[in-house]
Design a protein around this ligand. Structure first.
Ligand SMILES: Cc1cc2nc3c(=O)[nH]c(=O)nc-3n(C[C@H](O)[C@H](O)[C@H](O)COP(=O)(O)OP(=O)(O)OC[C@H]3O[C@@H](n4cnc5c(N)ncnc54)[C@H](O)[C@@H]3O)c2cc1C
Length: 345
């Protein structure tokens, strides 16, 4: 963060936001500092996670950074055991279907499969992918769904779909019908949920607790039809929400993704400048809604794309893995201004 500050020249305060009051125009930090003189407020604090019973028996590839290290140790441990059941899965949020993250779960599954294969012990392990929806991955489009099904078959990966998760236990997963999936190690990505600070604020929220915005990412106060403590909330607030914290609207396959967060961030920078100079040529995010993912498989990758006109997936053996690694380096160094950005990206 400090490196980014130095590259872009903004003031950085490392503190936690504890309260946001739109009515009073105040942001309260953990240290007690209260900001109440902003011209524009951009909220970009990401999403919280859905809570599940027994989540402590799982690790997530999308959790705190420390969990990825724990995951590595756990995989090493189960490899040392020489055999076992490993289950990978992700959950959904019934109140917002866009708050789901499955891609990294598939990536870890395929990487573990290849890791075990390289060690020549793959046949000693039962690998299972589980999810409460009947067709996880459906949002990637019908062709991708068919291809994933084929890949699972070819790699001898079991599928356990369409049953709601009741709880996690030390040695397995219990489903709504009390059936149990045995597991020596469970990797589970809970669905996204509204941020606690936001749920306790006076901002307009959808049912899952994400902030309602318009196409220009400005918070939709017009949706609040009651006055808040006598204050007319429909007045302009100059408050915006971008990224995972915002309620995305549109196609049923829409998903909270990093490239959408980036588009929103760029748009907001433009829109604020436009607003302050009295212009009206604002940029929207809807036209940029798509699913874009390079799914690493450890020995290659699969390119997945979907927008309102097309949906496709194609395999990129070997080169895809290095392309994804290279993209990570490009992102880091171009954002730090150490290498130029590719125009339009
Ligand atoms: C493993 C993984 C793989 C992914 N792969 C892809 C991919 O291939 N393509 C893609 O497009 N997207 C991908 N995503 C999704 C992408 O990372 C997110 O959509 C994106 O990071 C959202 O950005 P954001 O800024 O809204 O939220 P975040 O990146 O979550 O950032 C929110 C920030 O706010 C901070 N914060 C939270 N609460 C507070 C508080 N109270 N006070 C102060 N700060 C706070 C957090 O610490 C964090 O730094 C992936 C995500 C994961 C986890």
């Amino acid at each position: 963060m400090k490196e980014l500050r130095d590259a872009h020249g903004f003031e950085l305060i490392i503190d936690s936001v504890e309260k946001i009051s739109a009515k009073d125009g105040e942001v309260t930090l953990k240290s007690g500092t209260v900001y109440n003189n902003y011209d524009h407020l951009v909220i970009a604090m990401g999403a919280s996670k859905m809570k599940h019973k027994g989540l402590e028996h799982t690790l997530s590839i999308c959790g705190d950074p420390e969990q990825s290290i724990e995951l590595k140790h756990k995989v090493d441990k189960i490899v040392a055991m020489g055999k076992g059941n490993i289950c990978f899965g992700f959950g959904g949020n019934p109140n917002d279907s866009s708050a789901v993250r499955g891609g990294p779960g598939f990536e870890l599954l395929f990487n573990v499969h290849n890791h075990l294969k390289k060690k020549d012990i793959r046949e000693n392990y039962k690998l299972t992918f589980f999810a409460p929806m009947a067709e996880p991955g459906k949002r990637m489009g019908p062709q991708a769904l068919g291809m994933m099904d084929k890949m699972f078959g070819m790699l001898d990966i079991n599928q356990h779909f369409g049953k709601k998760i009741k709880r996690f236990e030390k040695d397995g997963i219990i489903f709504e019908d009390d059936s149990k999936l045995d597991s020596d190690f469970t990797m589970f990505i809970p669905a996204g949920d509204g941020h606690e600070v936001i749920k306790n604020s006076d901002l307009p929220l959808n049912e899952a607790g994400f902030i309602k915005i318009d196409d220009h990412c400005e918070v939709k106060f017009s949706d609040i039809d009651t006055f808040c403590d006598g204050e007319d909330m429909s007045r302009p607030h100059n408050i915006y929400a971008i990224g995972d914290i915002a309620a995305l609207e549109g196609y049923d396959w829409r998903a909270k993704q990093g490239h959408i967060a980036e588009v929103m961030a760029k748009n907001i920078a433009h829109n604020i400048k436009e607003k302050d100079s009295g212009g009206e040529s604002f940029l929207g995010y809807h036209e940029h809604l798509n699913i874009l993912c390079v799914m690493d498989t450890g020995n290659g990758a699969a390119f997945v794309y979907r927008d309102d006109k097309r949906a496709f997936m194609f395999p990129m053996p070997i080169v895809g893995h290095w392309l994804k690694k290279g993209w990570g380096l490009y992102c880091r160094y171009s954002k730090l201004g150490k290498i130029p950005r590719i125009p339009g990206m």
